[in-house]
Design a protein around this ligand. Structure first.
Ligand code: ATP
Length: 506
């Protein structure tokens, strides 16, 4: 069992050693909160994107994809509200000179109290056994009730301060809760200030002509400003959706927890346009559908939960997050928001163009309402990776590190391994490799003892190892080894592609 505090260090080191993720600009000592994906990472990332694209675009006749540019007209970010309000509240500790997000400091404090609740619940579970009723316990045990009421009180105060943009109240809450800087251990805080998260640059070669541009902080706006183009050129009928995968940039104040919070990251977003009045129905539909998509990967129902937003942004009339149980607790991996007609109306106002949909059946025009599903590719990557990373002690006392990826997402689907490097086995293995590689990402490996090669494949999460041995030369069969159980079956060479396809099914 890996200790919680060691888990992340091991995971980061493993990612670097096996070509999943490298710090950006590594030979220059890295760039904070920016990462590069290596030869294994890119495969896993592409598989995640494909898994999403199929579900959203390929399987839905009324959803189409686009790829809009990262640079957009600067007024777009005025219209969307990002110039004025895409801020995070930051606070500095005067002793350590470290900068924090004020809301994150408070959320971390809440998480500590939640931990206490969970510990009490665990203890009680053991004490009461099968008769334990968690809900009842939480509403009757005095100590737990005190913790829960404390949490609710802090949450209310924080939400109110954030909604009212009352930065003094936010600071006061940090002081009242005696939150200290983890580095200096002191409570010596500056005032809280708002900090805009958008990166900016310039377009145009000469200073006088140059104008300010933003690197998009979300892909969604590229969809909204193309609403009319797509609707007209695709003759799309409401309800319909537009999906997009692309890079987004945010100058995050506290970038930490590896690829959980990055300054350059990738999003997979879908905006679903529907008739006003039907949006809550569609919101519920997408909320359910998106969770099912996550659950289909088989990473455990208990590792997911919804977090419905109580306080909503002024333009939203429903919002929820799908949270995943990361090694550092439950955190958002995807957001589903009912955004009303806010974005399209704002763009109509700022561009001076009429952005409406004409319903030929009812002969009416209206501004469609929007349900958004928004998920970070990298954050999804981290769910898959942190769930997959396992260290096991085997029956012979040896240990192995294995990435138990859902086979569909694994970077390599199979490895082809000749038992020895002689007697015609490599040639036979090459034939199999040539047969498989057009269908699946595969690796050929003939170096080192077979046991060592199995470990290498375990470490990159390859679900199937195909071993060519002397019997193969006699009867055209091979062994297929399963990554998780390490069990081996003998199958005919001709059947390898179909056996892999069958076993890979989710
Ligand atoms: P958070 O509260 O964690 O900052 P958010 O609510 O600002 O996230 P959204 O604006 O709703 O996030 O973005 C949608 C999705 O994009 C998130 O659910 C997350 O998966 C991903 N995402 C957002 N910011 C980052 C980031 N800095 N690094 C990696 N992924 C991100």
């Amino acid at each position: 069992m890996i200790k919680k505090e060691d888990f992340f260090k091991l995971l980061v080191a493993h990612c670097k050693e096996y070509g999943f993720i490298f710090p950006s600009s590594d030979i220059y000592d890295g760039l904070s909160a920016v990462y590069d994906y290596g030869q294994m990472g890119i495969e896993l990332k592409n598989n995640i994107k494909q898994y999403w694209w199929r579900e959203m675009v390929q399987y839905n006749e009324n959803i189409v994809g686009i790829d809009s540019a990262i640079f957009m007209h600067p007024t777009i970010w005025k219209a969307s509200g990002h110039v004025d309000a895409f801020n995070d509240p930051l606070i500095d500790n005067k002793d350590s000179k470290k900068r924090y997000r004020a809301d994150v400091l408070i959320e971390d404090h809440i998480a500590k109290i939640e931990d206490k609740v969970n510990k009490e619940v665990e203890k009680a579970k053991k004490r009461f056994g099968d008769a334990f009723d968690e809900e009842k316990y939480k509403t009757t045990n005095e100590r737990v009730m005190k913790y829960i009421s404390e949490i609710n009180d802090i949450k209310t105060k924080m939400t109110n301060a954030l909604n009212d943009n009352d930065l003094a109240a936010l600071r006061q809450l940090i002081v009242d809760l005696k939150i200290v800087c983890p580095i200096s251990g002191t409570c010596n805080w500056t005032d809280v200030r708002q900090f805009n998260l958008m990166f900016s640059t310039q377009i145009g070669s000469v200073n006088e002509d140059a104008s300010l541009l933003y690197l998009r902080p979300e892909t969604a706006q590229g969809i909204f400003v193309n609403f009319l183009n797509v609707q007209k050129s695709g003759r799309m009928k409401i309800p319909f959706g537009i999906a997009q995968i692309g890079k987004a940039f945010r100058n995050e104040i506290v970038a930490r927890q590896f690829i959980f919070r990055m300054r350059e990251f990738e999003q997979m977003e879908m905006q679903f346009f529907c008739k006003p009045g039907t949006e809550i129905e569609w919101f519920k539909y997408w909320k359910e559908k998106r969770l099912k998509w996550h659950l289909a990967l088989g990473m455990g129902e208990d590792n997911y939960r919804y977090h419905d937003h109580e306080k909503l942004a002024h333009y939203a009339n429903a919002a929820t997050d799908i949270e995943f149980k990361f090694p550092f607790g439950f955190k958002e991996v995807e957001g589903i928001h009912s955004r009303t007609d806010f974005d399209l109306s704002q763009h109509a106002k700022f561009s001076g163009k009429k952005i409406q949909y004409f319903d030929s059946e009812t002969n009416e025009s209206y501004v469609p309402y929007v349900i958004e599903t928004s998920i970070g590719v990298d954050r999804m990557f981290l769910t898959v990776l942190s769930h997959a990373y396992t260290e096991e002690t085997l029956t012979d006392g040896s240990t192995r590190t294995v990435l138990k990826f859902p086979p569909l997402l694994a970077p390599m689907k199979a490895a082809v391994l000749p038992l020895v490097k002689k007697d015609g086995l490599p040639e036979k293995a090459r034939e199999i490799m040539d047969m498989l590689k057009y269908q699946y990402m595969c690796q050929y490996d003939e170096k080192d003892a077979i046991g060592k090669r199995y470990r290498r494949q375990d470490a990159i999460g390859t679900p199937y190892c195909i071993t060519v041995d002397y019997q193969t030369l006699e009867d055209n069969t091979v062994t297929i080894r399963e990554r998780d159980t390490m069990s081996q079956d003998r199958i005919a060479i001709d059947n390898i592609p179909s056996v892999i396809a069958q076993r890979m099914k989710l």
